[in-house]
Design a protein around this ligand. Structure first.
Ligand SMILES: O=C(CO)COP(=O)(O)O
Length: 258
């Protein structure tokens, strides 16, 4: 296990309206209100329409739960119908923003260039990107998963200086393991997460690489999280389906109790 503080983040995707979000975060706060969970950072990434409600709850009750968005516009303002800007997310005191999730790449044709522009938008606005990378099943079958994922890292970090990159979170999410119940074996996940850390050392420095948190995502549940978290280059998880059940998410956050 690494010495970096683990980040357990729930990506709600397009689930839970703002009323459900309030109930869910209250449940998390109640279940996690003890000193033990200081050792793990907990975050939720609700839909945009929930963020104000979550902010009000977290601010009002001084909760330690962090929150962020699932996407960001590459632009800070202007005629971009339907988009949400970095300044808007910063105003809502978001800590994190997921960028380049495979569902954005697949359904919204986000390229590495767009991902790179969004990373720049996040840093311009004081937000911490959770950069999502990972290969499709055919790429893994062809044995090109490491090179494919590292190329996504290279593209996303183009022109990002070390002072910014040192705070990034990178989530390795093999596309074939997302929402499918097929978990990437812990050793396979470690292989790619270790390679990502190696690439960060090449692009920047070993010191920076050692500081960056690398998450695994893809069918993470309470039953498999401990094995995944035992790997030296895995510093947390990005959780989809299992994060929608507050009790299950709490069990994942408390992976050390297992
Ligand atoms: O895409 C994911 C998190 O961003 C993972 O989703 P699942 O946990 O549902 O597989």
């Amino acid at each position: 296990m690494s010495t970096r503080t683990p980040l357990m983040a729930g990506n709600w995707k397009m689930n839970l309206n703002h009323l459900e979000a309030i109930a869910h975060v209250q449940k998390l706060a109640f279940a996690l209100a003890d000193k033990d969970y200081d050792a793990v950072e907990v975050a939720v990434l609700p839909p945009f329409t929930d963020l104000r409600s979550v902010q009000t709850l977290v601010d009002g009750d001084k909760l330690k739960i962090k929150y962020g968005a699932q996407d960001i516009s590459a632009h800070d303002s202007g005629a971009y119908t339907g988009e949400i800007s970095g300044p808007m997310l910063a105003k809502l005191k978001c800590t994190y923003v997921a960028i380049g999730h495979s569902e954005r790449r697949q359904y919204h044709h986000e390229t590495d260039e767009i991902v790179n522009a969004k990373i720049k938008a996040a840093y311009r606005n004081g937000l911490t990107p959770i950069l999502c990378v990972g290969e499709e099943e055919s790429v893994r079958e062809a044995g090109r998963h490491v090179e494919h994922t590292l190329a996504q890292v290279d593209g996303a970090l183009k022109e990002i200086p070390a002072e910014q990159a040192e705070s990034i979170v990178i989530a390795y999410e093999p596309v074939w393991a997302i929402g499918t119940g097929k978990v990437c074996g812990a050793d396979d996940a470690q292989e790619v997460c270790g390679a990502i850390r190696g690439r960060l050392a090449e692009l920047y420095s070993q010191e920076l690489a050692d500081a960056v948190r690398i998450q695994y995502g893809g069918s993470v549940k309470s039953g498999n999280v401990a094995e995944i978290m035992a790997k030296p280059d895995i510093d947390g998880a990005l959780i989809g389906g299992a994060a929608l059940d507050a009790d299950e998410f709490v069990k994942i956050v408390r992976f050390r109790d297992q």
